[in-house]
Design a protein. Sequence first.
Length: 447
Amino acid sequence: MTKVFISYAREDCEVARKLYKDLKAAGTEPWMDEENLLVGQKWKDGVRRAIRESDYFLALISSIAVEKKGYFQSELNKALKELGEMPPDEIYILPVRVDECIPKHEMLQDLHWADLFPSYESGLRKILMTIGHTRKAPQPTAKTPGPSERVNKEVRQGDTIIINAGGDVNFAKDRAKAQIVKGSKNSVVGDRENAPEMTEVASADSSAESGRQAVTNSLGMKFVFIPPGTLMMGSPEDEPERFNNETLHKVTLTKGFYMQTTTVTQEQWKAVMGNNPSYFKGCGDKCPLENVSWDGAQAFIAKLNQDGSDEYRLPTEAEWEYACRAGTDTRYYTGNAEDDLNRAGWYNANSGSKTHPAGEKEPNAFGLYDMHGNVWEWCQDWYGKYPADAVVDPIGPDDGSFRVRRGGSWFYAAGYCRSAYRYYDSPDYRGNRYGFRLALSPGQQVR
């Protein structure tokens, strides 16, 4: 049974108790001092042993906890020491935020976290999904089982989480309705051995559609044409800070499309929706719209398309990475080093903990700005595992529980802003790091 150590500040005790009960009900073995320390047991010995024996260290982070110098910080330091002795890609510390706050410890800032606000259930699902995807083997010394040897596992808490032999995840209200996340809705056209090593992008000069010009709509949204072509999507196994969900595979896009040169700005959102949900309103009208969910982006698109034309949409994940790379195969479209990222985007080392006006950094070869950093960008796809074989015009899984987001943000470290980095969130989740940009298919009448 998976052991989860819960660390918290006393002011967050009620949230810790709720998590303890929900994790226990989901089939894990949570550890919390007020529940598990024995009367007369030395606190330091009990906690040290519990941390050492836990599979995960769940750190409840709040605006109060980050300022305290007590048991919480002591436990966290012990866990960080444990993490420092683990392989670089090991998931051990699970940062979970109770409210809008920024951890002071640099190592925590580099970790992706779950938020229990505004939706506790959404945060809980992310925690359980992480535990399901990276569940530790019962016998650490045993070799990792191959796909055919893995046992299907189920975790229950309100929604049922189904984890199949390949590690895919889906949620349903009951087991009868639960379906394993399906494979990509793609056509297999080849294999990796025959795939090119470099990204192949049709030359704008030689393309049959080279006559297409950039277009600007009545809201001031500028779109540039992205010609069809081929890329190696994902990352090579030796790319620094790579994650296992970045399987390198050949992708061919047979149709060109238009991509917005920047993310949707606060000014553009207000012109359509009549409000501004952004956290960084003081940044100004030209700054990216943020604090928007995938569902919110769809509502914006629906209003733009209210005449039924379906001209505006979110890009697919494959379109996004193809447009981001613009013919490159490096970590960022400006190169491999963090100094190269500094030229292209706003991230935690240069943002000053805030967003910045769209289009201030260096664009890529297609003329797209801020594909790295500033705000995460929602994609159309459900999140799922990449295929290993070559595919044509992929649109992601048929269904799922999470939507893809790409590009990193002002808050995240450089590794999370790479062209290949991919993650996901519930469609209804929003935060001050989430925005989106629009795509258009050729032949649409831009209004």
